[in-house]
Structures are given as C-alpha cells and as structure tokens.
Write a protein that binds this ligand. Structure first.
Ligand SMILES: N[C@@H](CCC(=O)N[C@@H](CS)C(=O)NCC(=O)O)C(=O)O
Length: 88
C-alpha cells in the first residue's frame, strides 16, 4: 500500500518529513489536515495518532507518529538516497 503522510500546512515537524521526501526524491501521497477545523483532533485522525499531532505516516498496517521515526523508516524502505550520513 502506498504510504500516506498526514500533516498540517506550516507544521515544522511536517516540513521535516516533506523535506526528507524531497531529499530522497520521493513522491508520496500527502494529506493536509485543517488546523482551523481541528482535523488533527478528529475521531478519525485520533485513530491514527491518539496524541492528535502531525506528522503521521500510514503504510498498510504500519503507523508512525513521530517525524524522526518517519524519516528513519523512509530511509530503510527507500535506501537509494539516504537522508542520514552513514559511515562506510
Ligand atoms: N515529536 C513529534 C512532535 C510533533 C508535534 O509536536 N507536532 C505539532 C506540529 S509541528 C503538532 O501536531 N501540534 C498540534 C498539537 O499539539 O495540537 C514529531 O517530531 O513528530
């Protein structure tokens, strides 16, 4: 299943993940939640992240609710262009 990133426009932690996607050359689905409508506190989003925070990644049964953990997961799933410096 195609990974989906949930974020809010202007979220610094969301930017962190979107920037990581750009660095890695990934074109993934991004769902923008409305801050003014509190969509990050909606019942449906709280099923993804009970803390009601963004960003989150959903890929099949995999749900990750922290920006650095998302970047780490993306690096393992798409290792071609690593985000993190690796010692050889
Ligand atoms: N440790 C989390 C922090 C996530 C976080 O605090 N996100 C903020 C936006 S940058 C948020 O969702 N704030 C909304 C709220 O707390 O209601 C991460 O790095 O992903």
């Amino acid at each position: 299943m195609e990974p989906t990133i949930y974020t809010i426009s202007g979220s610094p932690r969301g930017w962190r993940v979107l920037l990581g996607m750009v660095i890695k050359g990934l074109d993934m689905k991004v769902e923008y939640l409305s801050l003014s409508k509190s969509e990050h506190k909606s019942d449906s989003y709280l099923l993804i992240n009970p803390r009601g925070r963004v960003p989150s990644l959903v890929a099949g049964k995999t749900v990750i609710t922290d920006s650095l953990a998302i970047l780490s997961w993306l690096d393992r799933k798409y290792p071609e262009r690593p985000s993190f410096w690796q010692q050889s």
